[in-house]
Design a binder for this molecule. Structure first.
Ligand code: UDP
Ligand code: MG
Length: 313
């Protein structure tokens, strides 16, 4: 019987310090698999350091290594999308270049795949080398996300997962510009299996995420999977209007019964400020969705590839 092909799909942005170690550890695992040939496909997401040179060097030395050199830095979400388009494997495992996802777990993941699962994903038992603030904000975000959408987007799971070919084909159908890939994994369905693992700290280099990025990704996640914020602003509108109405009735009655010497400047001002705030907030929410519509209707190409080291089919 012909061997199946397993592909490791690895987005990399400025990872020169990690690549050699990555190559060693992933190769050690994949080359030992029986019944599987392997390729290691690294997506160079417009790195500004020596990542590309190192990839070329590794590719020259070992033809299991392939790379896609994107035309510029697009971010991990789009790098993964490019990866789905270029990856050849019957089985695809997504890893981070910084070895935070231990490749040594791949054989276990494969045994689940062979048992018939399509999407075998890691759930973090622990997060080493991450600050208290990052952990807490992450937790808060997932809570919000789960409350606001019907899609079951799992907390403490990352992009570390093994996918069957049909799951990859399904993911390729999501052509959205603003991508929140973790949500797509949930949307495609198929048979899923969770396993627990300890997320290591990165072997070298710096995390590319900062709180601003994470905040953006969080907004991305919520707005692309739920209309809850829009509904919330209608809801707030109704509540405030109801209070306003009651207050008017109260004022009219008071004026009729007790008369009204001109006063009430503080009330007036506070109501104006409060309403102004709510209006701006709602406008902002609408604007957020409008911006997304704008981005989607332009329908621009997702990415350009400067070079692919393998053969295009
Ligand atoms: N990454 C990427 N493009 C970017 C930023 C990051 O391809 O613009 C890759 C990075 O090389 C790594 C993975 O995405 O393989 C996760 O990035 P990082 O380790 O910085 O994030 P963290 O693990 O801290 O969430
Ligand atoms: Mg990392």
């Amino acid at each position: 019987m012909k061997n199946k092909l397993i592909s490791a799909l690895i987005p990399a942005y400025n990872e020169e310090e990690c690549l050699h170690e990555l190559y060693k550890r992933v190769t050690a695992v994949l080359s030992k698999l029986e019944n599987y040939d392997y390729e290691i496909l690294i997506i160079n997401d417009g790195s500004k350091d020596k990542t590309l040179e190192i990839l070329q060097e590794l590719h020259d030395k070992d033809n299991h290594i392939q790379y896609v050199n994107l035309a510029r830095n697009y971010g991990k979400e789009i790098a993964m999308a490019a990866g789905f388009d270029y990856v050849k494997g019957d089985v695809v495992v997504i890893l981070d270049a910084d070895l935070q996802d231990p490749p040594e777990l791949i054989p276990d993941m494969i045994s689940y795949y062979e048992a018939g699962y399509d999407d075998i994903y890691g759930r973090r038992k622990s997060r080493k080398g991450e600050t208290w603030l990052k952990k807490t904000t992450a937790k808060l975000f997932y809570k919000l996300l789960q409350k606001s959408t019907r899609v079951d987007i799992l907390k403490d799971t990352g992009d570390f997962r093994l996918l069957s070919r049909r799951a990859v084909e399904a993911l390729k159908k999501y052509k959205e510009q603003r991508r929140y890939t973790k949500g797509f994994f949930a949307l495609i369905g198929f048979k899923k299996k969770e396993f627990l693992y300890d997320r290591d700290s990165r072997v070298a280099g710096q995390s590319k995420w900062n709180y601003f990025n994470l905040f953006n990704l969080a907004i991305e996640g919520i707005t692309s999977f739920s209309n809850f914020p829009l509904r919330l602003s209608s809801f707030l509108g109704i509540i405030v209007a109801a209070f306003g109405f009651i207050y008017i009735v109260f004022l009219v009655l008071k004026t009729l019964i007790f008369g009204e010497p001109v006063r009430g400047y503080p009330t007036l001002l506070s109501v104006i400020i409060f309403l102004g705030g709510i209006q701006l907030l709602s406008l902002g929410v609408i604007g957020e969705y409008l911006g997304r519509i704008f981005d989607e209707v332009k329908n621009r190409p997702l990415y350009f590839v400067e070079k692919y080291s393998g053969d295009e089919e």
